[in-house]
Structures are given as C-alpha cells and as structure tokens.
Design a protein. Structure first.
Ligand code: GDP
Length: 404
C-alpha cells in the first residue's frame, strides 16, 4: 500500500554518506577529536525491537496529529498484519465518538468474513491468582509452536475506580516482547456493556489480523465473568490453594460457568496443597451442572513458574475444542453468542437514543426530583419519560412541579 504520509524525500538534501554541515571547519576530521560527518536521522520510528525497523512505521508532520485512515486502509492494514494499523483499528473500535462509530462498523463488516477461525479462551480468577503469569508461560509456549496469540482484557473496574486491577502493573513482560503475541489492555471508560462491546469487536479485528488464539482475561469480580463467558468458547477459572475460601467460586456460581478449573502455583512447598485442592475441585465439580453440553468440567493443577502442568492445560483446551466441534456445540454456542450480542446492541442503541433525546434530557432532572420527593411513582415517571421521547414536537408534558 502506498503511504503518502511519509515526508517527501525530494524536500530533503540527498545523503551521500559524507554530509558536512556548514559549521564544520574545512580541515576537520584530520585533527583528532572533531566529528565531521553527520548521519541522517531514522526516517521511520523504531519499534524498539532488536533487528532493525522491520515494523512498518510512519513519520508524521510536526503538527503531531496523525491523518485519519480510510476504511480501505484500515482493512488492508489489518488483513496484512500491520501492527501499527491493527493498534489504530482497535483504537477506532474503542472510540466513543459518534463519527468513529460508523467507520468502525464499516471496517468490522469487511473484516468479519476473515475472523472466526480461532479458539477464544476466557480466563478469570481473583487478583493474584496468577492469570497474567499463566497466560505468559502458556502464551510463550504457544508462540513457540507457531500460534499467534492476542490477549485482551475486560476490566470494568477501570471505569469505576479510575484505576485498573488488570492494568496497574507491568504484566506479561516477555510475552509482550514476542512477535507472535499482541497484548491489549482493557478499554477504558463507560459501563461494562461498553467495555464488552469494545472487547468483542477488538477480538474480531485481531482474528482478521491472523491471531488464531484469543485470550480474554477478566478479574474475578461479579458481572464481568458472565460477560466474558458470553464471548468465549471455553472458560477457565484460575484458583489457588489455601486462599482461605475454597468455596468462593461455588458461592458465586462461577464454577458452573467454567469448563476448566486450574489450580495454579503448584510448585515448591505448595505442590501437595495444590494437588489436594485440585482433587477437592474435581469432587465438587462432580455435583455441579457442567457449563458446556457434552463436556465434563475438570480440575487441573499447574505452575506458571516451573511450567509444570501448563501443557496439560492447553491439551485440555484442545480436547474441548475437538469434542465440541465434533458435537456441533462449538458452532451452536458461537451462533447463540452472536444472537445475544445483536440483542444487546439493540438494547444499547435504544438506551442511547432514549437518554440522548433532547426532550428527555430537558425534563429528566425535574422528573427525578418528583420521584425522589414521592410526588409521582417510578412507574408514572417512566411512562412520562417514554411519552416525552415519543413526543416529536418536543412539548413538555410535565405536570407542574410543586414548590419546595
Ligand atoms: P493476576 O493478578 O491473577 O494476574 O496474578 P499474577 O500473574 O500477577 O501473579 C500474582 C503473584 O503470584 C505474583 O507475585 C506472581 O509472581 C505469583 N505467581 C504467579 N504464578 C505463580 C506460580 O505458578 N507459582 C508461584 N509460586 N507464584 C506464582
């Protein structure tokens, strides 16, 4: 693809390898300690990786503002596996701006036929369970075997607390340096629904870019696990032995949503305890409804540190894939997920258009005050608000507010 944003070479003097700036004395170079020749700067931004500038990069005019790409450029860039365009495509998908939304959807429609030939693996567990360590150890092995791995995160806490449980430390350092892997932190801003939409769409972009294994990581808090379950093929619950509350997963019903329980940190002094915990989980799982039809949820033990058991975890993922593909459950689940996603998007759109309606916004504060003050019931208020939205003339049908 021709890139016309690169600075015009004609505008720069040709470099003959001996460029002498005008301030260099005539006989400099013969005298010791005087630098004479000036090397030209690197024309593209270095990607920081050893072995030269293999990544396609571009320099931009000094305004600092990058020109917007066309949908064609996004699609071509993503399909050819161009990392910098991939990152920009994801940024486009994550944007909340209305004008980006349309472009993102056009791009996604074109990328969709190239996505899907993957395994989508969800992974959850309390902070500290070792999610990033396991993904790193497993991910490096998968890269070695020629897989291309994208790691996405769904972390709704980033919008609630302003910080992020998943993103506040240097994570997966080795994996992030591996050319076979791409790690994208949780999109920020907005409610979980928004974060989930962005992650789903990011997944499509990564798949179209040739990543064949997708990890979607989430923290073991509340709704985010249900959200991630709804976008992956197989769901892993990472546990640790002796965390004080072995039944934590059961209470929250997470164990009924997962396909594999993996007890991490089975190393050193902890090996026996981890094995005992694994056996306990296996016993408990026996009494629970499996999450996937035709697949018996099982418990494994591993260590992200020593690598023990890591291959077995992946073997179980492969077995799950083979088993559910043969039974048709794999495809059926993806179809159902797409339908659920569609319905979610409809609801999201309805909500956005309702709360964005000028008449609704104008009258909302007064109606809220009336509900708080017990002047009208929530049901009456909802009916009123819906009528306000439907009122094309923008006439306020609010009952007069009682003076305070
Ligand atoms: P996350 O919050 O679930 O992503 O957990 P991390 O991967 O950041 O790991 C939390 C802590 O547990 C870190 O201090 C890790 O070094 C440690 N850890 C992770 N995996 C293992 C393991 O297999 N064995 C041991 N002994 N420690 C581990």
């Amino acid at each position: 693809m021709k890139d016309d944003r690169v600075a015009d070479p004609a505008a720069e003097p040709a470099f003959d390898g001996h460029h002498r700036p005008e301030w260099v004395p005539e006989r400099a170079g013969e005298a010791e300690g005087f630098t004479t020749n000036v090397m030209p700067g690197i024309k593209s931004r270095h990607d920081g990786l050893p072995g030269g500038t293999s990544v396609e990069t571009t320099i931009y005019p000094a305004t600092g503002k990058r020109p917007e790409l066309t949908v064609d450029e996004y699609v071509d860039g993503v399909l050819s596996g161009n990392r910098s365009i991939l990152a920009r495509a994801i940024t486009l998908v994550e944007s909340n701006a209305e004008r980006h939304r349309e472009k993102a959807q056009e791009m996604l429609t074109r990328l969709l036929p190239h996505a899907g030939q993957t395994i989508r693996v969800g992974i959850t567990g309390v902070p500290g369970a070792g999610k990033s360590s396991v993904i790193e150890t497993l991910g490096l092995r998968l890269c070695e075997r020629g897989h291309k791995l994208a790691v996405l995160a769904v972390d709704p806490t980033s919008s609630v607390t302003g910080g992020s449980i998943l993103g506040d430390k240097t994570r997966m350092e080795q994996l992030s340096r591996n050319r076979g892997a791409y790690i994208r932190p949780s999109p920020s801003g907005g409610v979980l629904g928004g974060v989930a939409r962005k992650s789903r769409e990011t997944m499509i972009v990564c798949e179209a870019a040739g990543f064949d294994v997708i990890f979607v990581e989430t923290v073991g808090v509340g709704q985010s696990e249900i959200t991630v379950r709804s976008m992956v093929d197989i769901f892993l619950l990472l546990q640790i032995a002796g965390a004080g509350d072995e039944l934590q997963g059961i209470k929250k019903g997470v164990m009924e949503r997962c396909d594999l329980v993996v007890v991490n940190k089975a190393d050193g002094d902890n090996t026996l305890r981890a094995e005992a915990a694994r056996a306990d989980y296996d016993r408990i799982l026996h009494y629970l409804q499996p999450s996937t039809e035709g697949w018996k949820t099982r418990a494994l033990a591993c260590s992200a540190y020593t690598g023990d058991g890591i291959d077995e975890v992946w073997a179980a993922v492969e077995a799950f894939r083979a088993n559910t593909t043969a039974s048709g459950v794999f495809e059926k689940r993806r179809q159902q997920q797409n339908l659920d996603w569609m319905h979610n998007l409809v609801l999201e759109q309805i909500k956005r258009s309702f709360y964005g309606n000028a008449n609704v916004r104008l009258n909302m504060p007064a109606i809220e005050r009336q509900v708080i003050g017990g002047k009208i019931s929530p049901t009456q208020a909802a009916t009123l608000l819906l009528a306000l939205e439907a009122d094309k003339d923008g006439v306020c049908v609010m009952p007069p507010e009682a003076s305070p």
